[in-house]
Design a protein around this ligand. Structure first.
Ligand code: ATP
Length: 228
């Protein structure tokens, strides 16, 4: 579960990117974060995986209280989370297989176990036949599939996606959304920032709208439109 109470984020330059966010997301939910450019979507997402520390308020992710967490505890929080970005962020010198294997927790795992899990997630995203390709030998959609496989390899309870279809054409975006939907159906919470209104209309879920650092709308179904 994710819970935010009166979360305020002020950057060192004085910009207050989050102005008192109250929010609860239950395990297994799928929530979009939408809103105009600069409204605070990425900031909100970054606070969840502790890339940014919030200035005040309460922020909890599963059993972790992010305000009280020490630096040493951050890797434990990150184990609960899979994170996917618009620009894929694959390691260019590693193959698709290696990118996924590199991210896998290997402690106390036998080599066959590691191989079987990596193949399982690559198969799940439909890339089993391209495991030896390097990122520059894959299309954008294929790179995002590898990034998603990497994000779920440690079976996170929450998948965080910041504009996962931002660099993809409409057909490829739908293919990626179908994969994210399937992950959500396995009771993984999905939190996804997006500008893509057609996806929000097509794959109907909870829609959290942020404007100027405030949560202005929280709807169970799609349909809310903002002026960008
Ligand atoms: N590291 C930073 N330092 C200072 N200000 C920042 C930083 N990151 C973001 N901001 C500011 O905080 C506000 C919210 O930015 P944020 O990136 O969260 O918006 P966003 O809704 O994700 O925008 P976009 O849709 O364009 O990605 C903006 O005014 C932005 O300029």
């Amino acid at each position: 579960m994710i819970e935010l109470k009166n979360v305020i984020k002020k950057y060192p330059n004085g910009i207050v990117a989050l102005k008192g966010i109250d929010l609860k997301i239950e395990q297994g939910e799928f929530a979009y974060i939408v809103g105009p450019s600069g409204s605070g979507k990425s900031t909100l997402i970054k606070t969840l995986y502790r890339e940014e520390r919030v200035t005040s308020g309460i922020i909890k992710v599963n059993e972790y209280d992010l305000m009280r967490m020490t630096h040493k505890q951050v890797p434990y929080l990150r184990r609960e989370l899979g994170i996917v970005f618009q620009d894929f962020r694959l390691l260019p010198r590693l193959t698709a297989y290696e990118n996924v294997a590199y991210a896998m927790e290997v402690i106390e795992k036998r080599p066959e176990e590691i191989k079987s899990r990596v193949m399982e997630v690559l198969e799940m995203v439909g890339l089993k036949d391209k495991i030896r390709r390097y990122p520059n030998e894959l299309s954008g959609g294929e790179q995002q599939r590898v990034a998603i496989a990497r994000a779920i390899t440690n079976k996170p309870s929450i998948l965080i996606a910041d504009e996962p279809t931002g660099n993809l054409d409409p057909d490829t975006s739908n293919e990626i959304m179908d994969i994210i939907e399937r992950i959500n159906q396995q009771n993984t919470t999905v939190i996804m920032a997006t500008h893509n209104q057609s996806i929000v209309n097509q794959y109907v879920h909870r829609v959290l709208t942020i404007q100027q650092g405030r949560l202005v709308s929280d709807q169970e179904e799609g349909g809310y439109r903002y002026e960008d």
